[in-house]
Design a protein around this ligand. Structure first.
Ligand code: HEC
Length: 171
């Protein structure tokens, strides 16, 4: 009752194709392995260069005993500081001096925190990134950050207009 396995005429062709597929796959696998090995060798060869580059990238800013900035312009255009894009407001100069010495203002611009949240960031930078004590400037800086970069604040907030010439609407 057990039928012997009958092969149809094309089965040898199928077999061949299978073999061929297998061959292709193993060749592809071999190529992948070789590429990975070459990559690893290159990585090993250039590793000192890469790590040197990485360390200058990360340590230049943190080990060089950073100081507050003293030399910067305070030119405003459209209610924004030209150099940093920070919004005009009380404390802007302090923020520029103390908060753009190690990294760009982008880290401030792209974040939104409450006063408490900003305070936590400052404490974190003081504990881990070499940020100096801010003394009495801290509350001014926090006021500025909380006022201009609070979670609800929309991105494009401009400073209120001054010197507006109002005119009477006529009926
Ligand atoms: C002594 C150097 C230094 C100073 C000065 C400094 N920071 Fe930083 N700050 C850092 C470093 C380092 C990082 C981490 C950067 C990174 O992740 O690439 C950072 C990250 C940040 C971040 C991102 C934090 C996060 O969780 O993603 C914010 C926001 C920030 N700083 C705001 C400030 C503000 C506001 C001030 C001014 C009070 C300031 N920084 C001053 C070193 C400094």
């Amino acid at each position: 009752m057990s039928k012997s396995h009958e092969r149809n005429p094309s089965s040898t062709q199928k077999e061949k194709r299978k073999l061929f597929d297998g061959l292709i796959k193993s060749v592809a696998g071999l190529v992948a392995v070789v590429v990975i090995l070459i990559g690893l060798v290159l990585l090993l060869v250039f590793q000192p260069e890469i790590s040197a580059r990485l360390s200058t990238f990360t340590s230049e800013e943190s080990t060089e005993n950073p100081q507050p900035l003293t030399d910067f312009s305070t030119e405003l255009v459209d209610g924004k500081d030209v150099e940093t894009g920070l919004l005009a407001g009380d404390g802007l100069e302090l923020v520029k001096a103390h908060c753009t010495a190690c990294h760009s203002s982008a880290l401030i611009l792209q974040n939104r925190f409450t006063r408490e949240g900003w305070h936590e960031k400052i404490v974190w930078m003081q504990e881990t990134q070499g940020l100096w004590p801010l003394g009495e400037n801290e509350s001014i800086i926090l006021d500025y950050l909380a006022a201009n970069y609070a979670p609800e604040a929309p991105r494009g907030r401009r400073v209120p207009l001054t010197d507006i010439e109002w005119y009477e609407l006529k009926e």
